[in-house]
Design a protein around this ligand. Structure first.
Ligand code: NAD
Length: 509
């Protein structure tokens, strides 16, 4: 019997009244494991109202108390992360160690938020004008909406909610309907950590739930992560409804390998960053730019490593059942997505790219009826081909060969996305030049997935991010607070001068 996965409001599960439900599937087995509630407008309003009712008291709770609750959440998460990782693997399909990795990166933001008091300090100027003092402060926004994609059901929400909550906001999280259980588990953990009911809520659903959040006058800001067309829709609609918005979109990340690079390091990095999590990462490497004459040798080393990868059910139970090591990568998220990725592989072949390794015929370890597609490697890919222009979001690595560094940079800068990129070289000067030349938000030097640590901010350029604020770090604190400046005059009891009528515009003297 599939388990029901419901909304969460007022500190408890909530079925909603829409009567709409969607199946949740284990991608490694193809079996339906749950049914998730899909909110209607009335359900969305009920969940948003829970947040609204709690937001005032939470904003007025002392910073010391708020950060103590965040700290308690961090301790519980650290202790019980294995449970969360199992839920993620069962609905997303990524292998257990990878699920633990995403939790660890989310936990970094929780740890950052424990120290938010330093970043919420205002400034004060005494006697800015005669007898007048000025101080500034940053105050919470109220209710904030977080809309997240399927590929990081724990980490992406954690880019936002620890900071939003520590800063004094109430949260409505709308997770992906494909892997919705992690959000409800997190809600339970917040309750255990002592967060007052209503400060953290979960709204399950699809476009109906998203559009309700974007239009609600009770929601002050939206943090969205997902595909570019939906990010653009979210940015426009939420903006039109007067909200602060950050909408992170899709990606096509290039890794440049210069002829002087350590080729073993580069091949390891390309395979790990191209095929980890079955390529379903916004920071995955999907294009390898091989600068002449490095192509033949690099492709040979990548192909040799790729052939050693184990694809299979990544749940801890599966790896315990098998005497062999844990699988390196799991299945794709849905049958429809697997069909799309297989179609793109066919289109690359038809367009004349050289298919070095074809993952479409893969039989996974255990041979289960999941949504399998093995690591796939293309060489001699042209920038006009669909496999180059489309975000594939699967385990498909495309090698583009270029004659020079300048050609590599031109390729990256002509791409519509600008999320992440990397360069592999032993030449510090070339790496420094690259850092300045590329129009991309996050850059790695001999690091293939340059996701910034929590104290810096995460975000791409161009059509990888709509809005001007990146996630977490000081930009995250800025996003979830707004400024007030207070100008104060207290009359000195020993000197009561300074009164009298003055209708001219007040000057500072
Ligand atoms: P998606 O855009 O399909 O869904 C994201 C969220 O939007 C989900 O909660 C979903 O329910 C909702 N949604 C879907 N269609 C909608 C619509 N028409 N109107 C309103 N809401 C809608 O994305 P996904 O398939 O879940 O995730 C993969 C995408 O996310 C990839 O493009 C990936 O690059 C991107 N992503 C980007 C980053 C980043 O940091 N830039 C991080 C992770 C994922």
């Amino acid at each position: 019997m599939p388990k029901p996965i419901t909304h969460w409001k007022d500190g408890a599960t909530f079925d909603g009244v829409s009567g709409r439900w969607a199946d949740v599937t284990n991608p490694a087995t193809g079996q339906v494991s749950g049914r998730v509630a899909l909110a209607g407008a009335e359900d969305a309003q009920a969940v948003i109202s829970s947040a609204r009712a709690a937001s005032r008291a939470w904003a007025e709770t002392s910073l010391a108390r708020r950060t103590q609750v965040v700290f308690a959440f961090r301790e519980l998460l650290d202790r019980r992360k294995d449970e969360l990782a199992q839920l993620i693997t069962a609905e997303h399909g990524k292998v257990h160690s990878d699920a633990l990795g995403e939790i660890a990166r989310g936990q970094e933001v929780v740890e950052f938020a424990c120290g938010i008091s330093h970043l919420l300090k205002g400034s004060h100027t005494e006697n800015a004008s005669t007898g007048v003092d000025v101080h500034s402060k940053r105050v919470p926004l109220g209710v904030v909406g977080i809309i997240s994609p399927f590929n990081f059901p724990a980490m992406v929400p954690m880019w936002f909610f620890p900071i939003a909550i520590a800063a004094g906001n109430a949260v409505v999280l709308k997770p992906s309907e494909k892997d919705p259980s992690a959000a409800v588990w997190i809600a339970g953990l917040w309750k255990e950590a002592g967060l007052p009911d209503g400060v953290f809520n979960v709204l399950q659903g699809d476009k109906v739930a998203v559009d309700a959040l974007l239009r609600s006058p009770d929601v002050a800001a939206i943090s969205f992560v997902g595909s570019t067309p939906v990010a653009e829709h979210v940015y426009e609609v939420a903006g039109r409804h007067g909200k602060r918005v950050q909408a992170l979109g899709g990606a096509k990340n290039h890794m440049v390998v210069l002829p002087d690079a350590d080729l073993d390091l580069a091949a390891d990095a390309a395979v790990s960053a191209g095929y980890g999590s079955a390529g379903e990462r916004c920071m995955a490497i999907s294009v390898l730019v091989a600068v002449d004459p490095v192509g033949d040798e690099l492709v040979a080393r990548i192909a040799a490593r790729t052939r050693t990868l184990v694809v299979g059910d990544g749940s801890r139970a599966a790896s315990e059942a098998s005497a062999a090591r844990e699988a390196d990568l799991g299945p794709l998220i849905t049958e429809a997505h697997r069909t799309r990725v297989a179609g793109l592989v066919a289109s690359g072949e038809a367009a004349g790219a050289e298919l070095v390794i074809d993952g479409r015929q893969l039989r996974p370890r255990g041979d289960s009826a999941g949504f399998w597609l093995g690591p796939t490697l293309f060489d001699h890919v042209g920038p006009e081909m669909d496999i180059y222009t489309e975000e594939i979001f699967g385990p498909v690595l495309s090698v583009v060969r270029v004659a020079s560094y300048a050609e590599a940079v031109a390729l990256i800068n002509a791409n519509e996305y600008g999320n992440g990129t990397a360069i592999f070289t032993r030449d510090g000067g070339a790496a420094r030049r690259f850092e300045r030349d590329v129009q991309v938000g996050m850059i790695g030097v001999n690091v293939p997935i340059p996701v910034p640590v929590a104290s810096y901010s995460f975000g791409g350029w161009k059509r990888s991010l709509f809005g001007d604020t990146h996630a977490h770090g000081s930009e995250g604190v800025h996003f979830f607070t707004r400024a007030k400046v207070v100008t104060t005059r207290w009359v000195d009891p020993a000197d009561r001068s300074g009164g009298g009528l003055e209708l001219g515009f007040p000057r500072n003297v």
